[in-house]
Design a protein around this ligand. Structure first.
Ligand SMILES: Cc1cc2nc3c(=O)[nH]c(=O)nc-3n(C[C@H](O)[C@H](O)[C@H](O)COP(=O)(O)OP(=O)(O)OC[C@H]3O[C@@H](n4cnc5c(N)ncnc54)[C@H](O)[C@@H]3O)c2cc1C
Length: 429
């Protein structure tokens, strides 16, 4: 019991520190913007590029940190390379795979998060295919030189719903979400593979939204949410079972035979199924960097980084990595740790660009591993754990679209206005 109280006190101190840091940065940003001059001060021949690959939680935040911290008249220019037309808000994907009419909320317009610095940042809508020592090469074949590089390619390149959208345009992403909704609606028996957060949330939502359907959740480990503590595991299992989800543990899919409407598990057990959803693990998207610096890739596939977020390759001091792609042994990689790491990477790029030593460091904090897990349409648990003790905060969820509205606001966008959206096609996409 005392352990919980100590953990609670530490959590409170952590939150105070977090708010203090946010306040300090906001004041710094606002005062800078008062004397920021138009970025046109630097002529094209003077531009010194800082390239950021990927604009999700880590890359977008690193871009903002750098662009809003560079001194006025800096010759440096931030260039973001990102294939997606919109920021894809992962948190709501399992929910929007089940519940219709909210798909558009998962795609937040890019730009306003950069605030006053937005005009000085260049966007390139493309994918990086190769990283070289002085430049990156895009799918288009164009070479973009860099003086500093931030790799924020995350995980699950090529991933599919419900973990990643798997489409670059908003309209295509919405269509994909709707296709999953239709498939779940049409199915009588849904099998979900993988009981990490995405699998648990999707299975619980599907069963609560369609109580008449059979929903089976198959997981290869001894417990659902096995990367977290036993209290969260037990609470999640209880909630799933109360909803009527059948949970099969210590088993995995051997093969699917959807024509016969079944899935065969390694134990030999056969589960009837007419729609199968795969929610198994994500892989870090580090392949780009593996060619340039194979020694910097950890056995888990992450890019090894120093606490400064510089890659662990002394021949590449100006290359940084942050977020899900970076290896800092974060138990539960999430957007909080991704943005925290991006702040450190961004601060250090700015210091180095000003000729100073990169001295900001990222230290893993157990509270960075917080998770808010939805358990059906109206319940959630926010969980903190430090390996010895756990804190579980149960809550009632009133908003079917979860935190999308807050996410739009946090990204500087007006919910759910999207003036820059490309014209819809004849089917409304
Ligand atoms: C279903 C689900 C729910 C989640 N819920 C939560 C939650 O509630 N709370 C929480 O804190 N975290 C949550 N997470 C975790 C969170 O989404 C990730 O930790 C976070 O997205 C990591 O951000 P990132 O920027 O490192 O990488 P990613 O989000 O993976 O983004 C990588 C970006 O890089 C781009 N990219 C990749 N390769 C290239 C390339 N070659 N060239 C150019 N661009 C490239 C991609 O297009 C993408 O935009 C959830 C994750 C999932 C899957």
């Amino acid at each position: 019991m005392l352990e919980k109280q100590v953990l609670f006190a530490k959590l409170f101190a952590y939150i105070l520190r977090l708010y203090g840091d946010v306040l300090r940065r906001t004041v710094k940003r606002k005062t800078r913007s008062l004397w920021r001059k138009p970025s046109s001060a630097a002529g094209p021949e003077e531009v010194r590029p800082i390239v950021i690959i990927g604009a999700s939680f880590a890359g977008y935040h690193a871009a903002r940190t750098i662009a809003t911290s560079l001194p006025p008249d800096s010759p440096y220019k931030v260039i973001i390379i990102e294939p997606n037309t919109h920021f894809q808000f992962t948190w709501v994907l399992p929910r929007f795979c089940v519940v219709p009419d909210h798909e558009h909320k998962a795609f937040i317009p890019y730009g306003p998060y950069l605030g006053d610095a937005a005009d000085s940042v260049q966007w390139i809508r493309d994918r990086v295919e190769t990283i070289e020592r002085k430049c990156v090469i895009l799918t288009s074949g164009e070479k973009i030189p860099y003086e500093f590089l931030v790799i924020a390619t995350g995980s699950a390149h090529g991933g599919e719903l419900p973990s990643r959208v798997g489409a670059e345009r908003k309209q295509d992403g919405m269509k994909r979400l709707q296709q999953v909704q239709y498939r779940i609606k049409d199915a009588k028996k849904v099998v979900v593979i993988g009981a990490g957060a995405a699998g648990v949330e999707l299975a619980a939502d599907a069963k609560e939204h369609y109580p008449e359907k059979e929903v089976v959740l198959v997981h290869s480990r001894h417990a659902v949410m096995n990367r977290f503590g036993p209290e969260l595991q037990a609470a999640a299992l209880k909630a799933l079972e109360e909803l009527g989800v059948e949970v099969i543990l210590n088993d995995r899919m051997a093969h699917e035979d959807l024509e016969q409407g079944r899935v065969v598990l390694t134990s030999g057990r056969v589960v009837e199924c007419d729609y199968l959803i795969n929610c198994t693990g994500q892989k870090p998207s580090s392949n780009l960097f593996a060619e340039l610096s194979p020694g910097s890739i950890s056995p888990s596939g992450h890019i090894d980084v120093k606490p400064t977020m510089q890659v662990n390759d002394d021949s590449l001091p100006n290359v940084y990595a942050c977020g899900d792609v970076a290896s800092l042994h974060v138990g539960n990689p999430n957007s909080r740790s991704a943005t925290h790491q991006a702040t450190v990477a961004g601060d250090n790029v700015v210091l180095a660009a000003m000729g100073k030593k990169p001295r900001a460091t990222y230290t893993r904090h157990w509270a960075d591993g917080v998770i808010k897990l939805t358990l059906g349409l109206s319940k959630s648990i926010t969980h903190f754990g430090n390996g010895q003790a756990e804190l579980l905060f149960h809550a009632k969820e009133k908003d079917i679209a979860l935190m999308s509205e807050g996410a739009w606001r946090a990204m500087g966008a007006t919910p759910f206005e999207d003036p820059g959206l490309e014209p819809l096609d004849e089917n409304g996409f």
